[in-house]
Write a protein that binds this ligand. Structure first.
Ligand SMILES: Cc1ncc(COP(=O)(O)O)c(C=O)c1O
Length: 378
């Protein structure tokens, strides 16, 4: 597939697929058909919607190795995390574990839940060196060794956002379960990018976006809940379907646009037709090559990444882009001068450049960035 197979502006080098994804025409056309169908006969469309959502959910859950009865559609991971934190009872003095690589909105949600309940947030600094050396085992150990008798919940990523690290979530969920700690996994980047098996991961709550790496239009994500928690899920929005319980009580909450969820199976079918393993290998190789191309610039330090990921990270020069404002200024300048969209994230010591690789990317996209970045950074 090429950039022409997407709606993307072909004059721009889009190196940040990880943030918002992109929808191929083949899937977008199905989405548009569904929207037209909803508008042509709204009464029929909404009457049959719950069953169609259930059917789409079954297909998505099975693709992700999950249980259709334990998986609900939500609009995005921000919502999935909020529902999980809303459903877990917390009391003053309880502790919630979180780490310093957590996504900003997730960090805010955890602090909000703590402020609401009187719980305490314990933020773990994941071990790792400034040159990007780190290990998943050390990260897991840092989390697990922070458990106390007061620890009630652990919130952690499958793939971290600013640093693109793959955490050993299966091991972590098992160990936390043995310690009586409820697990909430932020799998925003995992569906589509990884060969996910939700049942094997074994989280109490696992939420992942379909609109990043599964070719699905925006506002499509899942929240998978373990059998022990399903009856205790509390929707943020009470609706007609509240009494139906999970998953329907989360999915059908008044009149809104459910077509991205109904489109998700077409994203899966496209990925399957292209060969999911082939796509993942191709993107992971291109991401590694992208990192090599940028690492030719002496001012950038490539961070170690997991070979199977379609994202890579390089550290910017010392002291650069350490705040949100500076990161925004830098990415805006890169766009203005190089017509290239990048993810620059603030990080202590030096900001991070995260590169994504998707089917529409070619080596020349990263070469465009490499050719002009030195001048911008100096
Ligand atoms: C790790 C991680 N968690 C959560 C989110 C939030 O996803 P959404 O904006 O779809 O809610 C993102 C988005 O980039 C992310 O990277």
């Amino acid at each position: 597939m090429d950039i022409e197979d997407f709606n993307l502006d072909p004059s721009i080098a889009h190196l940040n697929h990880g943030s918002f994804g992109a929808v191929p025409h083949r899937v977008r056309e199905r989405h548009e058909e569904l929207r037209r169908e909803a508008e042509r006969n709204p009464d029929l469309f909404f009457a049959t919607l719950p069953d169609r959502v259930a059917k789409a959910r079954t297909e998505v859950a099975e693709f992700l190795g999950g249980d259709p009865d334990g998986t609900a559609f939500v609009s995005n991971v921000t919502e999935g995390i909020a529902v999980a934190l809303h459903s877990i009872p917390l009391s003053p003095g309880d502790q919630i574990l979180l780490c310093d690589h957590a996504y900003g909105a997730v960090d805010i949600a955890v602090r909000h839940a703590a402020a609401r309940t009187g719980a305490e947030v314990v933020t773990i600094t994941l071990p790792g060196r400034a040159d990007g050396e780190w290990s998943g085992e050390d990260a897991a150990q840092a989390f697990l060794s922070a458990v106390t008798v007061r620890t009630k919940v652990a919130v952690f990523d499958h793939i971290t956002s600013p640093t693109a690290r793959l955490l050993p979530v299966e091991h972590m969920c098992r160990e936390f379960a043995a310690a009586g700690v409820t697990t909430v996994v932020d799998g925003a980047h995992a569906p589509g990018m990884l060969d996910l098996d939700l049942t094997r991961v074994g989280a109490d709550f696992y939420t992942g976006n379909l609109h990043k790496w599964l070719f699905t239009p925006h506002s499509a994500a899942v929240l998978a809940v373990s059998p022990a928690w399903r009856d205790r899920v509390v929707p943020l929005v009470p609706s007609f379907y509240l009494g139906d319980g999970f998953p329907r009580s989360l999915e059908i909450q008044g009149t809104r646009d459910h077509t991205p969820w109904l489109t998700a199976p077409y994203g899966i079918r496209l990925l399957t037709d292209l060969g999911a393993r082939h796509v993942r290998t191709r993107n992971a190789r291109l991401a590694a090559r992208a990192q090599e191309i940028l690492a030719d610039l002496p001012m950038l330090t490539p961070w170690r990444a997991d070979p199977e990921l379609s994202m890579r990270v390089l550290r910017l020069p010392e002291g650069m882009a350490t705040t949100y404002e500076e990161s925004l200024t830098l990415s805006t300048e890169i766009y203005r001068r190089l017509n290239t969209r990048t993810a620059i994230r603030p990080w202590p010591g030096a900001g991070l450049l995260r590169l994504s690789a998707q089917l529409y990317n070619r080596e020349k996209d990263y070469e465009r960035l490499a050719s002009g970045l030195s001048a911008i950074l100096s």
